[in-house]
Design a protein around this ligand. Structure first.
Ligand code: ZN
Length: 184
C-alpha cells in the first residue's frame, strides 16, 4: 500500500538558515522541529527532507562535507527522539539543467520509487517559492512558511503564477494544518 509523505525543506524550515551552511556546528534545529516530525509520523506520513544544495556546484563545500552535516542533523534529531525517513539533496545550480533542483520533481520521484509514496496525498513544506511550486509540480500540495526566507519570499510570489495551498507562520503551524486536512 502506498503511503502519503510530507517533504520538508531543510534550511529555514527544519534548521535555522545559514548562508551556505557547511560545517555541522552551524546546524541549529528549530525548537519545534523534532515534535513536528513526530506528529507527522504518528499520523502515518513518511517524512522526507528535500534540499537544494547548490553550494556543491558552486564549490563552497563537498558532498562529503554535506554528508557530515546531515549525519550531525540526524544525530541531533535522534537525541530529541525524532527520525526522518530519508534525505535527498540536489547538488546543482539552475544552469546545470538537472531534473532534481526544486521546483523540479526529481528528488520527489526518487523518493516515490524508494518509499512507495502516494504523491496526490503528499505535501511539500518550505520557506521558498520553489518549495510550494514543487508541491504543485509533483501533483500534491505546497505550503509556504514564513521562517527563513519566507517573509521575503511571500512578497515575491508572481501575480499570475500558482499560489501556495497555504501560508503558515512556521513548520509547526503547517503540520497542524496538514493533520487537520487529513481528518477530513
Ligand atoms: Zn539537481
Amino acid at each position: 500500500m502506498k503511503v502519503p509523505a510530507v517533504f520538508l525543506d531543510r534550511d529555514g524550515t527544519l534548521i535555522y538558515d545559514k548562508h551556505y551552511l557547511k560545517v555541522p556546528q552551524q546546524v541549529k534545529l528549530y525548537a519545534y522541529c523534532a515534535e513536528s516530525i513526530n506528529k507527522l509520523k504518528n499520523a502515518g506520513y513518511k517524512v522526507i527532507v528535500v534540499t537544494n544544495q547548490s553550494g556543491i556546484a558552486r564549490g563552497m563545500f563537498s558532498e562529503h562535507e554535506l554528508g557530515k552535516v546531515h549525519d550531525y542533523f540526524v544525530k541531533m534529531l535522534e537525541m530529541q527522539g525524532a527520525k526522518v525517513d530519508d534525505i535527498f539533496y540536489c547538488p546543482h545550480i539552475d544552469e546545470d539543467n538537472c531534473k532534481c533542483r526544486k521546483p523540479k520533481t526529481g528528488m520527489v520521484l526518487q523518493a516515490q520509487k524508494k518509499h512507495g509514496i502516494d504523491i496526490k496525498k503528499s505535501f511539500v513544506v518550505g520557506d521558498h517559492i520553489r518549495d510550494y511550486q514543487l508541491g504543485f509540480n509533483m501533483g500534491g500540495k505546497g505550503i509556504l512558511i514564513l521562517t527563513g526566507h519566507g517573509k521575503k519570499q511571500v512578497q515575491k510570489i508572481p501575480n499570475e503564477s500558482i499560489k501556495p495551498f497555504a501560508i503558515c507562520r512556521t513548520l509547526k503551524q503547517a503540520v497542524n494544518l496538514i493533520l487537520k486536512h487529513k481528518e477530513k
